[in-house]
Structure formats: C-alpha cells, structure tokens
Design a protein around this ligand. Structure first.
Ligand SMILES: C[S@@+](CC[C@H](N)C(=O)[O-])C[C@H]1O[C@@H](n2cnc3c(N)ncnc32)[C@H](O)[C@@H]1O
Length: 294
C-alpha cells in the first residue's frame, strides 16, 4: 500500500480506511494480531484483513459489517487526526488545478499543519515530482514526517522544521508552484519568489480573512507577481426529491376531453431538485498569482 500507488491486497503494515456506513469512516494501521473495535464488534486484523482484497466487505465479531478501502488523499482528508485546521477537497481541487500541478512538479508548501493538502499534492506530483513542506511547530513537523513514512510517500517529500517567514523554504530556484497556509502569508511572499524557478510559476495563498488577503495581494504586487486573483470556492449540492403535481384541468372543451382520452390520473410524480437557501462553510479565500520569467 502507498498513497500514490494502488495495491490489490491488504498487507501487514498498511494503513486502511474502514467505511462504517452513513458516511462514517476511520483509518486503521493493519498489524498482525491486532484488533480494532467498532460498533459492529471487533475487526481481527490477521483473520479479517491481511490477505483480503481492498474493497472487501468484512464481517465484525458482533455480526455487523464494514468495507475496507484503499487509502487515497481524499479519504485521508476525512479520516486524518486533526492537529490543526485543515484544507478540504473543494479547496484542494481548485488549488491543484489553478497551481497547474502535474506529475513531476516541484512544490513548496507552508505550513504543513495536519498534512491534508500535502497528501493531495504528493499524489499529483508523483512519481517524479517533489514537495518541500515547511512547518515551524516541531511536533507537527515530526508527526507529518512519520505519517509520510507510514504512507510510503516519504521519497517524494522533504519536511523542514523552520519559520518560513524568517528562513524561507530551504530551497532556491526549484519550485514550479508555492502554496501558503499561514497567518501572515505576506511575510513569506519574498521567500516564495526566491524558491521558484527563474522561468516562473504559480503561487497560491489561503486566508480566512479579507484583511489578510489585502496584505498578501499588496505584497505579491510589490514583488512583481502578475495575474493576482482571489477566489472563494463554495460547494452547492442539489438535493433530489420526488414531488407530486396535480394535472391541470382545462375544462369540458379541452382537446383531451374531445378525443375521449383514457381517464387521466389526478396527479403526476416528478423528480426535482432543490437548492440550499444558504451555503454554509466559508473556509477561506484563495489568492493566486503568476511569477513571470526573470
Ligand atoms: C492551518 S495549518 C495548515 C493546514 C494544512 N494546509 C492542511 O491542509 O493540513 C497552518 C500551519 O502553519 C504553521 N505555521 C504558521 N506560521 C508558520 C510559519 N511562519 N512558518 C512555518 N509554519 C507556520 C502552523 O504551525 C500550522 O501548523
């Protein structure tokens, strides 16, 4: 198992995602002889998991069942241990596209936080790209590095425990893209520019408050970045429901009556969608910019 490479069969040492139904999921570390308790009873790793195929339905000791899934960055985002606020898939999708990330891209990121975005970047830039991620909280940096090892993506990432605003990313002239998710991104814009390739690239900064965005845009312009654009990504779900509409009665002279049509039903059932009145969940603003060739 690796977060950047699919394997068919669950093995000792893997990280697997357990789907418990009703959108409830958790992750487990598969270990010979270990057990994981769920509301459906225990999952016995040696008997129930090791050697089974990912996607299998596993019956727990109380008779209930779960699905065991191969981990992906998307599933990790919804099951990871939160050490900080994290980025979710809606923002991550826009970040990946608008930073123009692809296999082989070199990316700088700060802060690493809980590693939610990092895993998505790693899956996108694999197998030949690299992520340089900077986190000034020592324990968060160490835990992220440990998780990257467990998820077998550590060959694609360098974790640095330092202050990105004071010491930068630890690399110069190598990055195709830079991503900032820190409280004062404007203080790191100069370091972002220094980390990027001479022929240019893309930068993105995530901030929850518009005052942070204003300062970041100003700093980006002062450092010669172009195409500075801020977006907010909101997800709008359409809920499908059934409605029953009465058939209109056009009266005695209606053509339907004249043709002596078979008796009509009084109502017709339709599927329709309703839009949410409000879209909850402002996460933050995403400011993108382009570094021109220097
Ligand atoms: C909101 S979290 C990042 C979450 C991450 N994007 C994710 O998806 O999991 C912000 C992180 O930035 C780190 N941080 C804040 N200022 C920093 C700085 N100047 N240098 C390095 N890391 C910093 C914090 O310790 C925190 O872990």
């Amino acid at each position: 198992m690796s977060f950047v490479d699919y394997s068919d069969v669950i093995q000792d040492g893997d990280v697997a995602v357990v789907y418990l139904g009703h959108d409830s999921m958790t992750h487990i570390k598969v270990r010979h002889g270990a057990q994981t308790q769920t509301r459906y009873g225990a999952i016995r790793h040696s008997a129930d998991l090791i050697g089974q195929r990912y996607g299998s339905k596993v019956t727990c000791t109380k008779g209930g069942w779960v699905y065991v899934l191969h981990p992906t960055p998307e599933l990790w985002t919804v099951t990871l241990p939160h050490r900080t606020q994290i980025l979710y898939t809606t923002d991550i999708a826009a970040i990946t596209m608008l930073l123009e990330l692809k296999p082989g891209s070199v990316v700088c990121e700060s802060g690493t936080g809980s590693g939610s975005l990092s895993h998505a970047i790693l899956r996108t830039v694999a197998p030949t790209g690299h992520l340089h991620t900077v986190e000034f909280h020592q324990q968060r940096a160490e835990t992220a590095a440990e998780e990257f090892r467990e998820h077998r993506v550590d060959h694609l990432v360098t974790v640095r425990n330092q202050d990105v605003c004071k010491e930068g990313f630890g690399v110069t002239g190598v990055a195709d893209a830079v991503f900032l998710d820190i409280p004062s991104p404007w203080e790191a814009v100069g370091h972002a520019k220094a980390a990027m390739k001479r022929h240019g690239g893309r930068v993105c900064s995530f901030s929850p408050c518009i005052e942070q965005v204003q300062k970041t845009c100003q700093a980006l312009a002062e450092h010669g970045f172009q195409e500075v654009t801020t977006v907010e990504v909101l997800l709008r779900s359409h809920d499908v429901r059934s409605v029953s509409l009465p058939l209109p009665d056009f009266g005695q002279d209606s053509p339907a009556r004249e043709k002596e049509a078979p008796p009509r039903q009084a109502a017709v059932g339709l599927k329709t969608t309703t839009l949410p009145r409000e879209i909850p969940g402002h996460t933050g603003y995403l400011t993108f910019a382009t570094k021109p060739r220097t």
